[in-house]
Design a protein around this ligand. Sequence first.
Ligand code: EPZ
Length: 432
Amino acid sequence: MTELSLRHGEGWRMDKLIIRGGAPLRGQVEVSGAKNAALPAMVASLLTEESIRLHRIPQLGDVRTIIGLLNHLGVSVEGRGQEPISLRADRIDRFEAPYQLVKTMRASVLVLGPLLARFGRARVSLPGGCAIGTRPINLHLAALEKMGATVSLDAGYVEAKAPRLKGARITFEGQTVTGTENLMMAATLADGVTVLENAACEPEVTDLAALLNRMGARIEGAGTPTISIEGASHLHGAEHEVIPDRIETGTFMVAAAITGGDVTINRCLPYHLEAVTEKLRETGVLVEETDCSIRVLGDGHVRGVNIRTHPYPGFATDMQAQMMALMSIAQGSSVITETVFENRFMHVNELLRMGADIKVVGTTAFVHGVPTLSGAPVMATDLRASASLVLAGLAAQGITTISRVYHLDRGYESIEQKLLGLGASIERVAEH
Ligand code: EPZ
């Protein structure tokens, strides 16, 4: 498969990052808006013909992908660079999310609920698997059928129809973030009340509910396992600022710890990543918080700790790869258990190439800390695995070259500028 795939006119360059490790990171950095809040917020524009105006939308690969998909459906999107983005779905003339777009980003399935709720029809490509697992959407579909949708599979596409969705009591068999978001959006325009049980509690779900309520929805309980949504006849325009990115925040916290530095992360929400903070404190790292900033002081020595990922408010699966990089140079051992995805250890082989001592048995990784990692040419395979390799490169002796950096660009805005600002030796080399 060629690595260069063109998506709505955007070429995927084969950039590399070159990192010379060893410098303790010092200084202040401001995190961007959350990718996983921005994506559903932009899709929510499908629920009304009025304009939605969103602040703090990060400039990321995945944001460009969702804009491409929304444009394809007929949504007009304005706003450049750091400006607020305005979206208006007053001329929707397509109801299909094509495979070419969905295959590169699973979050595209979020258009299913809003299209069905507002237009009674949707044809969305099944996302297919990705590097971290099969990632089915069976929970999304079963819940939509409970609301009266007829769902069929046709040539790799989900065909869904519903003259009008009906409120229902739905218990998710397993916690699903985008499943909860899809159903919450679908229920805002349904006839009657919908109750979601065993709903995901992630902050991004709560942030989406805040936007939907600003649009005239009546949602209660977001952030808890039970969410009730009273259907409305229509929703109106709104303005909203998405929450800061808690995974980017956690990534910079680990960057400070792994380099033995002193970094203050600004415009973040510490209460969104208490489990990560507690774990870092357990390793011996000093973490100081205010209501909108976190300061992390490392001294170059961390203790090995055990980690088990869990849905929010547990330890985030999206932080597992980053913590594994830190545990690779810890004093002692660490047992890291991934409970959310079945194959989220793609970073292990690359860390081994840098001298880490890790053994994977099923969904558990046994890490024995080594005194230091050695720089090496490595390859990014998925978003958080690539973050893990950047962190390892910052701590390693010598040069680390990371290829396929487009994985990283999906979820981190201007990461090399932010790291340069903290004293890292890092540069991006465009591959031609
Ligand atoms: C969201 O993915 C995030 N993406 C992921 O972040 C994050 O890792 C994940 O939640 C877990 O926190 C966005 O919000 C855009 P799930 P999502 O549905 O919603 C299984 C990143 O790095 N499942 O909560 O796709 C699924 O296979 C990305 O930013 C079903 O079996 O994840 C997984 O094992 C990666 N059937 C588990 O549930 C379904 O219908 C959790 O998946 C849905 C999910």
